[in-house]
Ligand binder design. Structure first.
Ligand code: HEC
Ligand code: HEC
Ligand code: HEC
Ligand code: HEC
Ligand code: HEC
Ligand code: HEC
Ligand code: HEC
Length: 327
């Protein structure tokens, strides 16, 4: 029954829209049933995916009976796999987008519509209280992006069609979380075509502006950009107050020391776990990553002192014994 509806739907779409998608992989090959496990609007969404999941589509002029192949710009491609595994994977496209998008060419009113913001749905909602959306919103409003750029929003970092939870979420290693995080910042800071949509500024070369930092590759793989670029707060799990670059962390000792700032940021989640399980927080650094200078825990220090005293004691006894037996 469902299958018949789908066939009818696709015939209807092919005739009515005046346009036809060119699928790289035919829709019938797709395992749409897997997506139906998480989403009730899979078939409706297909009417958008048939163009938006592909690199090209056909523009048809029914009046003159002409067809032209057009390319779908990379920014406007939404992949099914990412879509159906993100945090909002139960959504229909039209939950967030205006109904006018069912028409093609898409009308201007739809394209200029203001999207919903996170806080519209999540603000003051008990179910999401642990994410502290209200505090995050306040931190974000103070950030260089919110203050300096007119069309910035939470969505610029949280890809509306792919955003997932990583650090602190089950089954994500710290290193995968770091890569995911830094990719968010680098999506603009190493892609000038996205950067220049938002500012008149010249391209900032991240490798050059960080040339004071040794072993860049190691550092960018072991810490997040936000470690150095935000003011850490107790109230949010992920700090959102991105500071101007003159306030960024430059001192090595901020991380390479016993009171490493990383314990209150990157390792916040693990530190809590570690304290609960092992009784000392530096355990996480010993296990997860070796940070020169930060790898001291009181247990090892005490053993060190005991060993030192024992050696001193042994030497003293030896000297006293020699003095006594010489006589
Ligand atoms: C026939 C192919 C086709 C179909 C079907 C289609 N789109 Fe599009 N869409 C495009 C193209 C091409 C663009 C690029 C902008 C343009 O040329 O209008 C676009 C642009 C967009 C944009 C960005 C507009 C902007 O100004 O940035 C959104 C949002 C969008 N589509 C949503 C949808 C949704 C939601 C659906 C399903 C209800 C859908 N589209 C169905 C081809 C299609
Ligand atoms: C959770 C809400 C949400 C859902 C669900 C959603 N979108 Fe979007 N979409 C947005 C927002 C918000 C933007 C604008 C992003 C921005 O401002 O950077 C957007 C932008 C777009 C764009 C333009 C991207 C660009 O950079 O130009 C396209 C195309 C698009 N959406 C297609 C879709 C399609 C197709 C679906 C369903 C498969 C869908 N969206 C589902 C919220 C959503
Ligand atoms: C249109 C309303 C709406 C908007 C806008 C919205 N969300 Fe959601 N969000 C939801 C709903 C509903 C869920 C529950 C999951 C589902 O049904 O797919 C959810 C789930 C989530 C979750 C997963 C919670 C969990 O425990 O797994 C996170 C994280 C989240 N949203 C973050 C955001 C962020 C960040 C933004 C803005 C960038 C945002 N949301 C915008 C409605 C929304
Ligand atoms: C400059 C980029 C940026 C902007 C803008 C931004 N975020 Fe985030 N946000 C991040 C990063 C990076 C993470 C960490 C992602 C991860 O590893 O899970 C994050 C994580 C989150 C989380 C999950 C926290 C947790 O406990 O795991 C929520 C909720 C969130 N952001 C909400 C928002 C809201 C609401 C806004 C707008 C008011 C916003 N974000 C704007 C970059 C940003
Ligand atoms: C170890 C700390 C640290 C890390 C990690 C770090 N930065 Fe920086 N960043 C700085 C400092 C300090 C400056 C200021 C440099 C100066 O003025 O000499 C800066 C400057 C910048 C600037 C401004 C450059 C300008 O010319 O205005 C941007 C943008 C930037 N960083 C983005 C990033 C991104 C994106 C990442 C992650 C890939 C990152 N940073 C990782 C410390 C760091
Ligand atoms: C959607 C694009 C985008 C994303 C994503 C993004 N930025 Fe930016 N960022 C910009 C733009 C544009 C500017 C330049 C603002 C201006 O005009 O001064 C900027 C400026 C900055 C500056 C320099 C501020 C100064 O003092 O001049 C820093 C630092 C920075 N971003 C850090 C980050 C970090 C850290 C992340 C990830 C958490 C991030 N950005 C994510 C677009 C982005
Ligand atoms: C934001 C925190 C942070 C700051 C600031 C920082 N580092 Fe690091 N650094 C780390 C972490 C985490 C590692 C661990 C990398 C690893 O997994 O071995 C590291 C590793 C290193 C390494 C070993 C690299 C390797 O390839 O094994 C050296 C050397 C180093 N840092 C020097 C410095 C110097 C010099 C500065 C100041 C200019 C500095 N770091 C600033 C966090 C930081």
């Amino acid at each position: 029954m469902k299958k018949i509806t789908r066939i009818l739907l696709s015939i209807f779409l092919a005739f009515s829209a005046g346009t036809m998608a060119q699928s790289d992989s035919a829709t019938s090959d797709l395992n749409l049933d897997a997506y139906r496990q998480v989403n009730d609007f899979v078939d409706e969404n297909e009417s958008c995916f048939e163009c938006h999941a592909n690199t090209k589509y056909v523009l048809i002029d029914e009046f003159f009976g002409r067809e032209i192949m057009q390319s779908m710009c990379k920014d406007k491609i939404v992949t099914r796999d990412e879509y159906y595994s993100m945090v909002h994977n139960s959504f229909a496209c039209l939950d967030c987008h205006a109904y006018e998008y069912e028409e093609f060419p898409h009308p201007l009113e739809a394209r200029l519509e203001q999207p919903y913001q996170c806080i519209d749905c999540h603000g003051y909602d008990e179910n999401y209280a642990h994410f502290r959306f209200e505090d995050i919103e306040m931190e974000y409003m103070e950030s260089v992006h919110a203050k300096g750029i007119e069309n910035f929003s939470c969505w610029k970092c949280h890809d509306p069609h792919a955003y997932k939870l990583t650090i602190g979420a089950d089954g994500t290693s710290i290193s995968d979380g770091i890569a995911y995080n830094n990719d968010i910042c680098l999506s603009c800071h190493s892609d000038f075509s996205r950067f220049e949509l938002l500012t008149e500024r010249e391209e900032i070369n991240i490798l050059e502006t960080h040339d004071w930092l040794p072993n860049q590759a190691t550092h960018f793989g072991s810490v997040r950009c936000i470690e150095c670029h935000t003011s850490i707060s107790d109230s949010t799990f992920v700090a959102h107050h991105v500071l101007s670059s003159d306030k960024a962390v430059k001192k090595c000792a901020e991380c390479h020391s016993k009171n490493s700032i990383l314990m209150a940021s990157l390792y916040k989640h693990e530190a809590k776990e570690s304290r609960r399980r092992y009784g000392f927080i530096n355990g996480v650094i010993l296990n997860e990553a070796y940070v020169i200078g930060a790898n001291r825990n009181t247990f090892l220090s005490t053993i060190g002192i005991i060993l030192f005293l024992a050696t001193l004691g042994g030497v003293s006894i030896h000297i006293i014994a020699r003095i006594i037996y010489k006589k």
